[in-house]
Design a protein around this ligand. Structure first.
Ligand code: ADP
Ligand code: MG
Length: 291
């Protein structure tokens, strides 16, 4: 993308053609919501994704925080993070122009495939950890890592990749208290967040532990019929590696997961530590891997 210089007060409609809706409509707290649509840059024909975030009911303080976070995001460049190209502001909406990813959500791929071979899972997880390491080094926490926010390359693309979307944005509107009651699933949420304790970037590492688990066996480590029971299982670290689904999976993979599903955030492995874990470090060329 060539850098597009945006003058203050310029309208997104002057630069981009809006297309069909891509993302589902998500309700964030306090009535704020966002919609993602396909877009085309009028001059270059470049295709993009445009995320429109309603500013209704968003306080000025939240908006300022949001704007600061966006400035950081614009500076981040990593092949496994969706690039924020530019931002437009109107009275009612904030528009984020994003690099378009064509293969859809990892969520849908998991649903289709059931589970991933160890080699494929390892490949995906390494990309995710590498991107998260980069973000954390820049002081940014994702807070909402889950397969819906991991976007994949299309099957026919030369290089298979996963890119992280939705970085540090929607959660800015949410206080810790509200997260508890948010309609979203707590499946991927670190215990310290559920307990409304202060938290840091290690919450992302918990989520990566859950995602890795799901990729390898096709179901979640913590499961219950009600949110209340689910909270309790997470807080008690009540999970295991049941047979037969886990019988063909290496101890390295299980060890990796168990360094992330750790209640104490200071003992949970960081992204940098994970990159050195044998499961990620030594298995680049599908050696030793059962797949
Ligand atoms: P929300 O806050 O609504 O979760 P996201 O940024 O996660 O917003 O976007 C919602 C959905 O829109 C994603 O899960 C994905 O399906 C789609 N989407 C978002 N950004 C892109 C993109 N850059 N390219 C393709 N699809 C995208
Ligand atoms: Mg999302």
């Amino acid at each position: 993308f060539k850098k597009i210089q945006r003058k203050k007060g310029s309208k997104i409609e002057d630069f981009y053609e809006f297309g069909h809706e891509i993302g589902r409509l998500t309700t964030i707290t306090s009535g704020a919501f966002s919609v993602v649509r396909h877009g085309t840059h009028k001059e270059s024909g470049e295709e993009v994704a445009i995320k429109a975030i309603s500013k209704q009911h968003v306080s000025e303080a939240d908006m300022n925080r949001f704007t600061r976070e966006i400035e950081i995001m614009k500076k981040l460049k990593h092949k496994n993070i969706i690039q924020l190209i530019e931002v437009f502001d109107s009275q009612d909406y904030l528009f984020l122009v994003l690099e378009l990813v064509r293969g859809g959500e990892l969520f849908d791929k998991i649903v289709d495939r059931g589970q991933y071979s160890e080699r494929d899972a390892c490949n995906l997880v390494r990309q995710i950890v590498s991107a998260v390491q980069y973000m954390h080094q820049h002081g940014v926490c994702h807070r909402d890592l889950k397969p819906e926010n991991l976007l994949c390359s299309a099957d026919d693309e030369a290089e298979q990749f996963v890119r992280i979307a939705d970085f540090g944005l929607s959660k800015i509107f949410e206080g810790g208290e509200e997260l508890k009651t948010a309609c979203g699933t707590p499946d991927y949420v670190a215990p310290e967040i559920l307990e409304c304790k202060p938290y840091d970037t290690s919450v992302d590492m918990w989520s990566i532990g859950v995602i890795t688990y799901i990729l390898l066996c096709g179901f979640a480590p913590f499961y219950a019929d009600t949110h209340h029971e689910l909270f309790q299982k997470i807080l008690d670290l009540e999970y295991d590696f049941p047979e037969p689904e886990w019988s063909g999976i290496t101890d390295n993979a299980k060890h990796f997961i168990s360094q992330l599903l750790v209640i104490n955030p200071t003992e949970r492995w960081s992204a940098s530590q994970c990159m050195k874990h044998p499961w990620l470090a030594e298995n680049k060329e599908d050696k030793q891997l059962k797949s």
